[in-house]
Design a protein around this ligand. Structure first.
Ligand code: GLU
Length: 313
């Protein structure tokens, strides 16, 4: 079924590769990989599912879960809200009432989370983050130095957000340090298969179903999936909740992770993104799988895991 979906959507050319840095603009636009990993560790793949790319914003739920685990819900919630935001993902906007980011799935919120990790861990913040995301993926995730350097050289808007947040007292570490952690997290290299394992780790209540590693605590997973569901697809989140109905997160590098709670992680790589920054074929693939397998959270007759073996066939 995965192979069929991959083949059918392969012809879709809508959207455009992100061009804000040369390293992303150079990615061949036709690449397309799909992978699913079930909570009992079964892997199904199609197309360019092992092609490396930078994780970009798909990192956000995983660093949020790390912050929740390390610091606890109260300080994290005090610094970053859980409300959807109507503006673009990189908007220079804070919640006007509380002077904090609306949610951790947009840049302001993710930079705030990076700052909180910087406050708590100092120079160990990025190594710890890299280690935790690697544990969720079940292999060591390396840094793409070229992408990191470009992000750092051109990320003026993100830098502005970091200063805004530091000025509002959201974190204490220097704005430059917080945004540097964020640039590095965006530059970690993954594949669609890695994203499927990472998604399956969340679906499996924090335990990586392939390696057995306990990566995240139960509370962190629950909060993370909740904000992924309501805020994960940027300003397209409400539409996604109706059409697909599972928590998900996209990135401008073409990555997408979707989580079918207690069942499945879905990972997609498709570099052409829409105007909101979401990979076009990624959305379509998840919609097709959700439709065919009845994955929507509120599907009245959700057939559940009994249909999952069909993915490999
Ligand atoms: N590095 C990108 C930025 O911060 C990530 C955005 C995204 O993937 O949506 O602008």
């Amino acid at each position: 079924m995965l192979a069929e979906t991959h083949q059918r959507l392969g012809a879709v050319k809508d959207g455009a590769v992100a061009t804000y840095i040369p390293a992303l603009a150079a990615v061949p636009p036709d690449l397309f990989g799909l992978a699913t990993v079930s909570v009992d560790g079964r892997v199904a793949e199609a197309g360019d599912s092992r092609h490396p790319f930078t994780i970009q914003s798909v990192s956000k739920p995983f660093t949020y879960a790390l912050a929740l685990d390390l610091l606890g819900r109260r300080p994290v919630r005090a610094a970053v809200g859980v409300q959807p935001m109507a503006e673009a993902f990189n908007a220079l906007v804070l919640d006007p009432v509380r002077s904090r980011p609306f949610n951790p799935m947009v840049n302001a919120g993710a930079i705030a989370v990076a700052g909180l990790l910087g406050d708590a861990l100092g120079a160990q913040a990025f190594p710890m983050l890299q280690q935790r995301l690697s544990s969720a993926a079940g292999r060591d995730l390396a840094l793409d130095h070229a992408v990191y350097r470009s992000e750092a050289a051109t990320g003026h808007r993100n830098r502005a957000l970091a200063h805004l947040l530091h000025g509002a007292g959201v974190f204490g570490v220097a704005a430059e340090e917080a945004v540097d952690i964020y640039f590095r997290q965006c530059s970690l290299i993954v594949t669609a298969c890695d994203l499927a394992v990472m998604g399956a780790t969340l679906a499996n209540v924090g335990t990586n179903p392939v390696t057995g590693a306990e990566v995240y605590g139960v509370e962190a997973v629950r909060d993370t999936l909740s904000v992924m569901f309501t805020c994960g697809l940027y300003d397209g989140a409400g539409d996604w909740a109706c059409r697909v109905g599972v928590p998900a997160k996209s990135g401008v590098g073409g990555g997408l992770v979707a989580v079918v709670n207690r069942q499945l992680g879905i990972g997609v790589f498709s570099p052409r993104v829409d105007s909101a920054g979401n990979p076009v074929r990624g959305l379509m693939a998840c919609e097709a799988l959700a439709e065919e397998l009845g994955l929507h959270l509120f599907e009245p007759s959700n057939p559940g895991s009994t249909l999952l073996p069909a993915l490999a066939g």
